[in-house]
Design a protein around this ligand. Structure first.
Ligand SMILES: Cc1ncc(COP(=O)(O)O)c(C=O)c1O
Length: 242
């Protein structure tokens, strides 16, 4: 995980943000809000640094940038901006970042990628200057929203990725209230096909768990892209039991 907090890792992932910028230009959209989850900070920085970098160079940041973490590991909202060890072994040089302490022992949440204790120095710096808002959400809320997202959009987000969903809901509801159009860009950091059993655990689909695992093995064995109908079956089952 230490890899994802250091500049070099984030730098090469900015190819995703540069690509997103070009794609948005092609479809003529300009997002108002950018939302991504933070384990160490690499998917967030990779997608959004090209956008915020351009705004900073122009002298004005007009968009809302939101970094989301897990409430069980609240570095984004309760971290302190200070020098800390990036690794629990305390071997590497210290970095200045929002941290809840290298000795923090995270609870065993399923969004394992969000259990890191600190935020990348580059993203931390932007947070310290007030350019990026922080949010944390709990596993139960996030998993329930992931279920709705899967039913509506047709694919399952990773538990980490699903942490963006409560913010999207909040912004969408606000837009509906005010009648203003909002374009949101999210960093979809990963799919949740390997997490179906975990979703079953938390959402209480115990009786379907074995089937979900079996179907998953079948999907993986035969190539994900060839068998979207399996997903529909899984999602339908999920909805029937809710
Ligand atoms: C699916 C997924 N999303 C997000 C993350 C968070 O990592 P990062 O903040 O470095 O992008 C991880 C980390 O393992 C992950 O697996």
């Amino acid at each position: 995980m230490v890899g994802s907090v250091i500049n070099v890792d984030i730098m090469f992932k900015t190819i995703a943000g540069l690509e997103a910028k070009k794609q948005l230009e092609l479809i003529g959209e300009d997002p108002d809000v950018m939302i991504g989850v933070v384990g160490g900070g690499s998917n967030w920085g990779g997608v959004f640094f090209p956008f915020i970098g351009e705004e900073l160079r122009s002298g004005k940041v007009r968009r809302r940038y939101i970094a989301v973490g897990a409430i069980e590991v609240p570095k984004v909202t309760k971290g302190v901006y200070r020098y800390d060890d990036p690794d629990t072994g305390r071997v590497l040089p210290q970095l200045k970042m929002f941290t809840i302490g290298a000795d923090f022992v995270p609870p065993p949440i399923y969004a394992g990628g969000l259990r890191y204790h600190a935020v990348a120095p580059t993203l931390s710096y932007l947070m310290s200057k007030g350019y990026v808002e922080g949010r944390d959400y709990d596993q139960e809320t996030v998993f329930r929203m992931a279920q709705v997202f899967a039913q509506v959009e047709g694919y399952v987000p990773a538990p980490e990725t699903a942490h963006v969903l409560p913010v999207i809901k909040e912004i969408a509801e606000e837009a509906r209230r005010t009648g203003e159009r909002r374009v949101i860009l999210i960093s979809f950091s990963g799919h949740g096909l390997l997490d179906l059993g975990n979703y079953a655990d938390v959402l209480g689909f115990e009786k379907h768990k074995a089937f979900m695992r079996l179907a998953l093995i079948k999907i993986c064995g035969q190539g994900l892209h060839q068998h979207p109908p399996y997903l529909s079956i899984l999602l339908l089952l999920s909805s029937l039991t809710s």
